[in-house]
Ligand binder design. Structure first.
Ligand code: APR
Ligand code: PHB
Length: 389
């Protein structure tokens, strides 16, 4: 079997890259370890930067998103009983779009199907070979047979636990990591959102976030202990704790209901360098992770896809290798800035076990500074709507 670009991983990074390259006449094969239903069962964040929306348009997969998504011009920051808004639109002239990652992935699968794209599910033992030569290939087991896929390039879009990153020798690879001493317990419920904008809330009991998917589908999170399990939290316990962490006006208008999904995610900041080794490119969660505060996971994946798509297109168009040679440098430059923002927003709004009274006062002063300073609000807004590619 032969293709131009072998893509390991059929999450949003792999599918978006595959669809964009297809639009430019470049052939790909996507190798996914799980079933399609499993991939579509994962609930992830739902805030899209304008850059992501533009890539979906360029890939020809924006129709449903344009019909069903919601534009948000700002967000609410709450602390105790206090709250204030940050208006992205007036500060940056840009907005964000609310549309779930699951829906993005579904649209990309549908587009790949419609175009006759090859996406192989339930591939096991996916292993890239000879990445430092000009004849790389990938082997895997599919339908009980060992398959060899020859290619020009390999895109490692296989998430944090995938094999691609491990293929970069340890003599070359550097990893930078920060873990946080808490997780996020999230629920999805078929209830109307408590507010028409997101509420990021810092409280003495810990962080809480009120988010949404549509008029009758809400997503809420509370900071929780890493030793908690979702089974420790009944729906009633969750709602009760959420209400104690948001201003009482919001708590009083909160509509509660049965959860249809409940899960805990640990928080981590992680970056691997370089993002290219020989003919392998890392993309998305395979190369970096951000804590979810600020919803940058999917958006950082999209910026990698943007740089890689342009690099490969320029190469196949006329042999220009500048984009390929500079992929890692360009992608990392934007990634680190977004890592900084997600880390900063996490520090601003969460309670840390080791925080002293002094730390708490500084944290509150920083939130009050944000409230009072247009410059500080603009800095948040600029990052939240997405830094330029
Ligand atoms: N072989 C093939 N596929 C694999 C392997 C493997 N050995 N290991 C992992 N995969 C697949 C996973 O099953 C998953 O479908 O790679 C895909 C990676 O998808 P994501 O983890 O969603 O990563 P990515 O596409 O980069 O998207 C980044 O998703 O994880 C969120 O917060 C993240 O929103 C961000 C976005
Ligand atoms: C979500 O809706 O899931 C969401 C929104 C904003 C975040 C994180 C997650 O910062």
């Amino acid at each position: 079997m032969r293709t131009q670009v072998a893509i390991i991983g059929g999450g949003p990074s792999g599918l978006l890259l595959s669809q964009l390259l297809h639009e430019k006449g470049i052939d790909t094969v996507v190798l996914e370890r799980r079933t399609r239903d499993y991939v579509l069962g994962r609930i992830r964040a739902g805030i899209l930067e304008a850059g992501f929306v533009n890539l979906m348009k360029e890939a020809g997969v924006a129709a449903r998103m344009e019909a069903e998504s919601f534009t948000h011009d700002g967000t609410i920051i709450a602390y105790g009983e206090e709250q204030f808004g940050i208006n992205f639109k007036s500060l940056t002239d840009e907005s964000v779009v609310v549309y779930g990652q699951t829906e993005v992935t579904r649209d990309l699968y549908d587009a790949r199907d419609a175009a006759g794209g090859v996406v192989l599910h339930e591939c096991s033992g996916v292993t890239p070979h000879d990445l430092d030569t000009d004849k790389p290939f990938v082997t895997f087991l599919h339908d009980g047979k060992v398959v060899r896929l020859d290619c020009d390039y390999v895109a490692g879009c296989d998430g944090f636990h995938g094999p691609s990153r491990q293929a970069i020798p340890l003599t070359v690879r550097r990893e930078y990591e920060k873990t946080y001493p808490f997780g996020w317990l999230g629920i999805l419920s078929e209830t109307p959102p408590v507010n028409d904008e997101l509420i990021y809330s810092s409280s003495d009991r810990g962080f809480a976030l009120c988010s949404m998917r549509n008029d009758n589908l809400s997503r809420y999170y509370i900071q929780c202990s890493l030793s908690d399990s979702p089974d420790d939290w009944s729906d009633d316990m969750f709602w009760d704790e959420l209400m104690r962490r948001i201003p009482s006006a919001a708590a009083e208008s909160l509509v509660t209901g049965a959860s249809i999904e409940k899960s805990i995610a640990p928080l981590r900041s992680f970056v691997t360098e370089p993002m290219r080794w020989g003919r392998l490119f890392l993309c998305g969660d395979a190369a970096h992770i951000v804590p979810p505060t600020g919803a940058k996971g999917l958006n950082t994946a999209a910026s990698d896809v943007h740089y890689l798509y342009h690099a490969l297109t320029a190469f196949y168009d006329g042999g220009d290798t500048e984009g390929i040679d500079r992929y890692s440098e360009k992608a990392l430059s934007r990634i680190w800035k977004t890592e900084r923002f997600s880390w900063w927003m996490t520090n601003l709004l969460h309670r840390f076990p080791e925080q002293t009274e002094f730390d708490l006062r500084i944290q509150r002063a920083e939130i009050e500074f944000l409230r009072s300073s247009e410059a500080a609000q603009r800095a948040l807004a600029e990052n939240y709507v997405g830094l330029p590619y």
